[in-house]
Design a protein around this ligand. Structure first.
Ligand SMILES: Cc1cc2nc3c(=O)[nH]c(=O)nc-3n(C[C@H](O)[C@H](O)[C@H](O)COP(=O)(O)OP(=O)(O)OC[C@H]3O[C@@H](n4cnc5c(N)ncnc54)[C@H](O)[C@@H]3O)c2cc1C
Length: 396
């Protein structure tokens, strides 16, 4: 009988694991992806959705359509729990038994971390889901008719800093294009100890390059700062500073999603070994943002370690190799240390970042900016969507 492998989550981590496992194991495995969304979303383009530079249909693919031709089952359902002892995923309508489970459920967004944070019941926009990015685009279009101060950034406990940098730079570029930049003071507030820290302890000259980039654009930067609360039209910082805004977008901290929380650390992230196997449950693996990873250093205001799409894909490839090796009775592969390559939009230009390995001390570490990285970012989006549409996760 084929080994039953269930993958929770249909994004960077989940799809890479599903396609790689099917490729490694063929008929030996019955691979099923369970996702509460019926589409794959190219999350890195969400800041562009908030600016109106991308439509949802430009960056989404129907999961059923891309999985079925590869012989992978798809169940469109939200997992409400996991019975790790009985090896079952629980949804509202059924229980799905597995021999191996790959948890790739990404993050839950913790807006409750700061009073008034977030679009649901709060006063700030967010761009971490498609719905939020579309909502933010609505707020942006209203803002353009009646502009005023913008306050953006990352509150205490955030790990994913890149999107707020992108948002700040894109707002600046778009306002300049519309010749109304002089009507909009922009303030960037972040829990990072310095600009360019990015949750990874900086990369090459990232501090200097990012300080210059913000200064050249006349974006005021407040680092090492926590936010006390957001009220309608005002960000109140821990040091008592009050920043009025017409538009505000802030990144929230993340935790593990509810269905897998009990299998995780106190924040619900899944503890794994070097092969991405759960430290207690040997038939459970986890990849991507769902995985527990310690930050490189303690920062005065708490920050976390970002887990990028590139990293999620690498983790999924390693986990798939390990599961396949075990099923085929081969020796477990030695997982390579994680490294990262990332392209960050900077509005009128972009930055290329590389860290090998991910955490310092590193063999290679750099951040450089240039217009060619903007073209590369756009080209990569199209390439990745094409690659995942055809299940070609073996390609670079
Ligand atoms: C705005 C933004 C911009 C970014 N830009 C970049 C970038 O430029 N480059 C880069 O490398 N990385 C970037 N990242 C990070 C990157 O998007 C993430 O690393 C990547 O999406 C993580 O993939 P994942 O598969 O772990 O989780 P996710 O992409 O979060 O996907 C998790 C999936 O699991 C599903 N799911 C969750 N809970 C359940 C449940 N209970 N039952 C069933 N399904 C469930 C979700 O619907 C989702 O489809 C960005 C992130 C954001 C938010």
């Amino acid at each position: 009988m084929a080994v039953r492998i269930v993958i929770l989550g249909g994004s960077f981590g989940g799809l890479t694991a599903a396609f790689d496992l099917k490729r490694h194991l063929g008929k030996k495995a019955d691979v099923t992806v369970v996702s509460d969304l019926d589409n794959f979303l190219f999350v890195p383009s969400l800041p562009w959705v908030s600016m109106g530079w991308r439509r949802p249909e430009d960056i989404t693919l129907q999961l059923e359509k891309i999985l079925k031709p590869k012989g992978i089952n798809f169940i469109h359902a939200e997992a409400t729990g996991i019975d790790a002892v009985a090896s079952k995923v629980i949804t509202k309508t059924k229980e799905i038994e597995y021999d191996y489970l790959v948890i790739a459920t990404g993050p839950a967004l913790v807006f409750s971390a700061v009073p008034g944070l977030g679009p649901e019941g709060g006063y700030t926009e967010c761009i971490f889901t498609l719905e939020q990015a579309l909502r933010c685009n609505g707020a942006w279009r209203r803002f353009l008719k009646d502009p005023g101060p913008v306050v953006t950034g990352s509150v205490q406990g955030v790990s994913c800093f890149g999107p707020t940098y992108e948002f700040a730079f894109e707002v600046d570029a778009e306002l300049r294009k519309r010749k109304i930049r002089h009507k909009v003071p922009i303030t960037f507030v972040t829990s990072e100890p310095y600009i360019g820290h990015l949750g990874v302890g900086g990369l090459g000259k990232s501090k200097r390059i990012m300080e210059d980039a913000f200064a050249e654009r006349e974006i005021k930067v407040i680092t090492n700062m926590a936010v006390e609360e957001f009220t309608p039209g005002e960000a109140r910082l821990k040091d008592g500073t009050k920043l009025p805004f017409k538009l505000s977008m802030f990144a929230p901290p993340m935790a593990g999603v509810k269905a897998v929380f009990h299998l995780g650390n106190p924040k619900g992230f899944i503890p794994v070994d070097e092969n991405y196997r759960h430290k207690e449950h040997k038939n459970i693996f986890s990849v991507g943002v769902a995985v527990a990873m310690a930050p490189p250093e303690q920062t005065p205001v708490p920050t976390g370690l970002p887990k990028t799409g590139f990293m999620s894909v690498k983790m999924a490839k390693e986990a798939a190799k390990s599961i396949a090796s075990e099923i085929l009775g081969r020796e477990l592969p030695q997982a390579e240390p994680l490294d990262v390559i990332c392209l960050m939009d900077m509005g009128d230009t972009a930055a290329f970042m590389k860290a090998k390995p991910l955490l310092p001390p590193r063999q290679e570490s750099e951040l450089k900016s240039g217009i060619k990285y903007k073209w590369m970012k756009s080209a990569f989006e199209k390439y990745y969507l094409w690659k995942i549409k055809h299940g070609l996760t073996q390609l670079p």
